[in-house]
Design a protein around this ligand. Structure first.
Ligand SMILES: C[S@@+](CC[C@H](N)C(=O)[O-])C[C@H]1O[C@@H](n2cnc3c(N)ncnc32)[C@H](O)[C@@H]1O
Length: 266
């Protein structure tokens, strides 16, 4: 697909309301909808979109913060689908200009031309001063696969960890024991739990969450993701495990093993 076609798709996505997908109360219903009308957001992953919906709802999220806008597929989709204000930052001037163009006039979307670390430094300082702020972060900024220095993840996380309550989803993440998911590799280093384990444990974050379904079951590009949070609301929702949070499975960062191993979908 050409760049122009991709941009035209983004422009069309401005009109999507995602009402039926928002209301879809099960995996089969969500998958059927996305097969009928493919989504552009979240790597076209409809099950991941439902997971994010569940996270933002359980967190009572006050905003969605995306690192790496590219052409605003997730920026536009997340705002329309989740119905929360969205902030997104992009370091590349051309991608920033394209994303400005395709989001022109859309309410509740703020695009920033900045490096994700500079953006997070400012945003987290501002959020810290707002009582009741409960941001959801989508970490998807990366550049050159040959160079680990172009992956800002290790510098983004400590900025987020200054906050009292938050959820984080990292894209392009290795999913333990699920070979179907693709992970990013930068300078020969794979984006997986061991890369961020000391940072999580240092914060007392002992559990992270991975998709509880095989990559082949979802629509779109099979990139893995990892979720974690500091939120009593989300902890409570995970004890209930009602759809869509039954789509993720807890993983012990300390033990490097799934919790309740027997029920992990293969
Ligand atoms: C995988 S794309 C993002 C896709 C987008 N989140 C989506 O779902 O459609 C990664 C983007 O991150 C941008 N990027 C790379 N390093 C960055 C950084 N340090 N800060 C902000 N953006 C960055 C790249 O220019 C690229 O547009």
């Amino acid at each position: 697909m050409s760049r122009l076609q991709r941009v035209m798709q983004r422009v069309q996505s401005r009109g999507h309301d995602y009402g039926p997908l928002r209301a879809a109360a099960g995996k089969a219903a969500a998958l059927a909808l996305a097969r009928q009308t493919p989504i552009g957001m979240f790597n076209k992953n409809v099950l991941r979109a439902k997971v994010v919906q569940g996270v933002v709802a359980a967190l009572a999220g006050t905003g969605f913060y995306e690192m790496g806008t590219y052409h605003a597929a997730t920026t536009i989709g997340a705002q329309r689908f989740l119905q929360v204000p969205v902030w997104s930052c992009e370091v590349n001037p051309r991608n920033y200009c394209i994303s400005r163009l395709v989001t022109l006039g859309l309410p509740q979307i703020t695009l920033i031309h900045a490096d994700s670390r500079a953006f997070l430094r400012r945003v987290c300082a501002e959020l810290k001063a707002v009582p009741g702020a409960r941001p959801c972060f989508y970490l998807d900024a990366h550049e050159n696969e040959l160079d680990l220095a172009t992956l800002p993840l290790a510098e983004e996380l400590p900025l987020i960890f200054a906050l009292d309550e938050f959820a984080v989803l990292v894209d392009d993440f290795g999913v333990p024991e699920q070979a179907g998911y693709r992970a990013g590799t930068f300078g020969g280093v794979t984006v997986e739990v061991d890369l961020i384990r000391p940072l999580l444990l240092d914060q007392g974050i002992r559990t992270c969450y991975f998709p509880a379904y095989p990559a082949a079951e979802d629509t779109g590009y099979p990139s893995g993701f990892c979720l974690f949070w500091r939120s009593a609301r989300l902890d409570a929702a995970m004890r209930e495990r009602a759809f869509p949070l039954d789509l993720i499975h807890p993983y012990s960062v300390e033990r490097r093993a799934y919790v309740e191993r027997a029920s992990v979908a293969k």
